[in-house]
Design a protein around this ligand. Sequence first.
Ligand SMILES: Nc1nc2c(ncn2[C@@H]2O[C@@H]3COP(=O)(O)O[C@H]4[C@@H](O)[C@H](n5cnc6c(=O)[nH]c(N)nc65)O[C@@H]4COP(=O)(O)O[C@H]3[C@H]2O)c(=O)[nH]1
Length: 697
Amino acid sequence: MQGTYDLALVALSYFVAVMASFTALDLAGRVRATKTALARRLWLWGGGFAMGTGIWAMHFIGMLALTLPMQMGYDLPITLASMLAAVGASVLALKIVNVGKLTHARLGLGGLAMGIGICIMHYVGMAAMEMEPPIRYQMGLFLASVLVAISASVAALWLAFNLNPNRDRSPWWQRLLAALVMGVAICGMHYTGMAAAIMPEHGMTMEASALSPVQLSVTIALVAGCIMFTSLILSVYDAHLASRNARLADSLQKANAELQAMVLHDPLTRLPNRLLFEDRLDKILAWARRQQQPFGVFFVDLDRFKNVNDSLGHHVGDALIKAAAQRIQQSLGENYLVARVGGDEFMVLTPTGTDKDECVVMASRVVEAMAGAFDLDGHEVRISSSVGVSLYPANGIDKHELMIHADAAMYHAKAAGRNNLQFFEQGMLSAAEQLNNLEKRLRQALEQGELSLAYQPKIATDDNSLKGLEALLRWYDAELGTVPPDRIIPVAEDTGLILPLGEWVLRTACAQTAAWHREGRLAVPVAVNLSAIQLNQHDLVRMVQKILNETGLAPQFLELELTESAVMQNPERARAILQELRDLGVAISIDDFGTGYSNLAQLKRFPIDRLKIDRSFTAGVLTDSQDAAIVQAVVALAHSLKLDVVAEGVETQEQLDFIRALNGQQYQGYLCSKALGVRELERFIDSWQTQENTVPA
Ligand SMILES: Nc1nc2c(ncn2[C@@H]2O[C@@H]3COP(=O)(O)O[C@H]4[C@@H](O)[C@H](n5cnc6c(=O)[nH]c(N)nc65)O[C@@H]4COP(=O)(O)O[C@H]3[C@H]2O)c(=O)[nH]1
């Protein structure tokens, strides 16, 4: 008996087979990409189920496409059994190819399971027709149908799973190609199998319990379609979730990297922080030990940074740190690791192989780089740096030693006048400790009122009258003994203590002088030294005004002494502030004149009243022709600018005569008196008057 095929239904059957294969391969492809065992099992069963029902649906649509000259019907239990065979074989095949590495054997086995599954489904499905007499098959075509099913299945599975062995999931076009081939396996088998079938002439089927082909095919197509559609939707949703997870993982990774960068870097300068520095130091140490190579650790501290921070505000301080960080890195180059390890402290790690000479060259570059003026937010700021260097292995063989020794060397550089570099030496450890101790005790002395002032008279050269007093800081510490101001002031400047300390000096000197005025003991001005840092203090003028008000000292009885270098640090700003102080009625004098780098043209523009000749020049006026020439020049300059001159450190009558001959107006020095405590000064005044010298009262 010959049948005819409806080509549209044949095409539909192929389409269903391809759809089923695509869905199945898609779901099965997720098995490898999925982490949990349960999800893997679900995807495997989902794929097998979609494949099985798809093959099953294809079969019955294929049967519907065939018109036989007889009525047809199917036995329901056998029909369902054919579906179970298709699902079971599909699950088995997908499991075989999805577990472990896809070897040739496994691929062959999977294809075999799939091919046999398709065949069983087909021939059991045919048996559901229960023809009388039964259908017979041509052996050749029957075997060909089995061969088509198995070989096309092997090809499809290879395409689906083996084309991209390094990837968890194959791309969609590859799955589609595999599905088209699998469609060929299913349909090829079906139609070859149908060609193998010899239908009995005048055969009969259709029992009372059997289903009509149209009913069955439509039901199956609908069920299979629903299953495939749902499976695909699930798969697409899963793909969406997977890509979202991938994106999340990606941004998590980025956030993690950023967090790590934050933990290891200083947010202001973006330089490595101490943590990262120490980590790198550990690594370079291990390397240097193996290679037996030297390397250096620099400790860089900005001098007078607190000055800038306190006087110009934190935003300028921050800008200075940033600019300083850049300069350090630029002066050293990329091979040097620069880290910010504290407020104004940086550490540098040289590359391995850097010896002592090279360390000196490179550290000097940092010192030089720091000495140039910074233009910050319209402020011209000058600072300097003190650099300590320790060398592996000469100055330390472990991380802590190298760091502590570089730190100690840096302290030594500070004590040696700042703006320089020092190599570590054993004797330095105590210097650093001493400096720390000094700072601690000074802070305590200030808080507990253990500081005092001494007053040194200023005498007129012409008539020996008392012209004024200079207040000088004194500190006697039980442990340290008498600590001279030359040691106190630099420590105070570096630690920021100079502001409260300077305010205390000013208040004490004003209060004492006002008291002497009230007592009628004297009526001369008092001179107070101001540090460069105080000059930059933003509320200096207000503070001076407030202290004058509080102590009741008239402004014309206060004189502020500033060193030449303090004024020249930022001449424009200094000029403006001095003018404001002058406007209050306070006098200004330039201390240690001749020791700095005064620009004489600029000096003319400063609102000052007096120049003080440094005692180093006074000491040499009679013995050193250069000192004598300088003193002569300074006095001449002062006269031409209509400024008074005070010669400091006059110890002998001859020195005084020299100054007097030049018409220098005042002098200070041991010839007349040392700086004296309050009671001593009062006694001095009394005795000075009795010697027929004048003391204005
Ligand atoms: N060899 C010798 N020395 C003489 C003679 N006459 C005075 N001196 C000393 O010379 C220094 C004069 O003070 P300076 O030039 O302002 O120099 C001062 C000043 O720059 C600074 N200083 C002192 N007190 C203060 C203060 O309260 N604030 C600030 N910012 N600096 C201060 O410390 C420096 C040193 O002060 P001192 O040790 O008190 O030393 C004082 C004084 O004792 C003399 O005839 N021969």
